[in-house]
Design a protein around this ligand. Structure first.
Ligand code: UTP
Length: 291
């Protein structure tokens, strides 16, 4: 796996007013922006290139991977090695390459733009959404094993309560006698609850066969008037391309909305070596006061 595609050109409307000027991919979980957490996950997977889809007004996302000579020099002079390592960490993890999406025409459109940076020998591409934390890290390695066995494309899924399916891409599935792996026979973006084919929904991890780019060129705007990745996957399925899901049973945080983001901060905060103990104490006190 060489390239991981990270779509980061969305408008982040669920996180206004913060996202008026701060890209949501730069909002920190404790002290680390979502985009750096994704870079870490991609590097762990063995990828060497992060194709970051950015919007004209979201240049800060790529800047996070740039050197910062003045700051680095000051930290060096002051002997602040720990902070210096933090400044340099993102760039040391992986090489970030910008791909500009001039207008937010949808996730499918964003992913389609990444074809231009792929090498000819890359027959599969990983897509990771930076506002989606799938924990513990490592789901993509498992998905690569599923692809090695069944071929085609593999997506990560979680099971959600019925009334939440309307927020997601939902899978129509067939059991194949393997506990956490299911064959996908259809996929629909944000269906009405009554029309949803299952409770298994897409998370932000996709291992897509290169054929996805051909499908992305042939879809029309779908839900919300956007070019949907879901519709391209559905098209591939209709054409007989094998698609499977790996069902993730661990944690997942949607950093794209304040509710999910706060949970992620609490989760990572409680585990943090410096802040964990104090936070646990504070939350316990707070809850006791409320009762
Ligand atoms: P989301 O729907 O979660 O992001 O898209 P959004 O559009 O920024 O959020 P809201 O709904 O307005 O709050 C999933 C991912 O796809 C990217 C987003 O940046 C996010 O990481 N995306 C979405 C693009 O890169 N381009 C697009 O046109 C749309």
């Amino acid at each position: 796996m060489k390239t991981v595609v990270v779509p980061a050109a969305g408008m982040g409307t669920r996180f206004l007013p913060a996202t008026k000027t701060v890209p949501k991919e730069l909002l920190p979980v404790v002290d680390t922006p979502g985009i750096e957490m994704i870079a870490e996950e991609a590097a762990q997977l063995g990828a060497t290139r992060l194709a970051v889809i950015t919007a004209p007004k979201k240049q800060g996302v790529l800047a996070h991977f740039d050197p910062y000579p003045e700051l680095e020099q000051t930290l060096e002079e002051r002997g602040k090695q720990e902070q210096l390592d933090k400044v340099r960490r993102a760039a040391n993890l992986i090489k970030a390459v910008p791909v500009e999406q001039e207008q937010p025409l949808g996730l499918g459109h964003a992913v389609g733009l990444a074809e231009s940076v792929l090498d000819d020998d890359e027959d599969v591409v990983a897509v990771m959404l930076p506002d989606d934390l799938v924990l513990p890290m490592g789901a993509m390695e498992e998905m690569a094993k599923v692809r090695a066995q069944f071929g085609g494309s593999v997506l990560c899924a979680v099971e959600v309560p019925r009334d939440e399916v309307c927020n997601y891409g939902v899978f129509d599935i067939e059991e194949i006698g393997v506990d956490n792996v299911k064959k996908v026979i259809g996929m629909v973006e944000k269906p009405d609850v009554d029309d949803a084919p299952s409770n298994f929904v897409a998370t932000g991890r996709y291992l897509l066969d290169r054929q996805i780019f051909s499908a992305l060129k042939r879809i029309k705007p779908g839900k919300g008037g956007e070019l949907q990745l879901t519709d391209a996957i559905e098209l591939l399925i209709e054409e007989g391309h094998p698609v499977h899901i790996l069902v993730h049973r661990g944690r997942r945080h949607d950093l794209g909305n304040p509710g999910g983001y706060i949970r992620a901060c609490v989760d990572f905060g409680l585990k943090h070596p410096t802040y964990g103990k104090g936070l646990r104490h504070y939350i316990t006190e707070l809850l006791a006061e409320e009762n």
